[in-house]
Design a protein around this ligand. Sequence first.
Ligand code: PLP
Length: 382
Amino acid sequence: MSRRTSERVNSIRPSGIRRFFDLIAGRRDVISLGVGEPDFQVPWRIRDEMIYSLERGYTSYTSNKGLKELREAIAEYYRKFGVDTSSENVIVTTGVSEGIDIAMRSILNLGDTVLIPEPAYVSYKPLAFLAGGEVVAISTAPDFRLNYDKLIRYARKFCPKVIVINYPNNPTGITYSKKELEEIADIAVEFDMIVISDEIYAELTYSGRHISIASLNGMEDRTIVLNGFSKAFAMTGLRIGYAIAPDDIIDAMLKIHQYCMLCAPIVSQIGAIEALKNCEEELERMRAVYIRRRNFFVKRLRKMFEVIMPEGAFYAFPSIRNTGLSSEDFAERLLIEKRVAVVPGNAFGDCGEGYVRCSYALDIERLKEALDRIEDFVKSVQ
Ligand code: PLP
């Protein structure tokens, strides 16, 4: 550990997902269920718009907040999830990753408590910590739902300033019903909490309709919605997302964004306008493919493990306890012995121990081959 680098940075661990990326880098014989990335290409009409924009020489900065046309399109689009907002309350970010960072930095004072229901996406905890927050994790295992009684106990005990929710969830695939969201909202109002709601998988909701918690009574004024184009539109490498927040918070986020990022890439912003305005059909098509893959994948996984049916995103989170292996041993041995990459569940928090995350964003043939190999592996350890 370097003495020249900050104590805070020294005390965070590198992402457990990255470690597995590095293990398989350059290995062609590995089937990766490890990466949280769509296997689709960006829809052609989005790529066309971006190509034209380069041909027309759109290579400049934009305003810090992002192109007005895009912010208007985002405000309009979010009506679909029940939120009535204006382009003034939107910042275009370089992915949800930046959104999480500037959200945390704009609202946390040193020592403020941030509640994180786990298992959770890997960025929340370190970014809250780097912004000075004290993270308190709530285990949602084994059903992975955010239980009202538990949440209120934590709220009473820790008086948190912030709670981070993510639904559909990475890594569990769980999403929340309106009733569950109302319960979370009631507690947020009662304890005067700010909700950071990461809705990056909203379009990949397979049971019912996605509802933004910001659309519930009283929540618009205490919610920072984060969303982006990486998952729904397969635009991961284009680094584009957005935040929707109340006036005071959006102003604070903008102060940080203008110094650390200046603006999101203009070409990606132009692609994002096309995505929101004209890609409903492509979305439908990709969603239908994910549903087919989920059904196929989970049905076969269930012959080996206990798995909750994912309601969204593109992950399954089976319990591998029946193998007697720890999450890390399971993932490492599966990779070395059968060349299938999954992510150990403890990368998403302590309560993820005993589980692994499998991404099913792969074609059915590859999924089938991966499942055959996992089956061989399970037989060999039993
Ligand atoms: N939030 C969640 C829940 C994710 O799963 C991911 C990526 O896997 C991100 C945020 C990061 O998204 P982006 O590519 O927009 O930075």
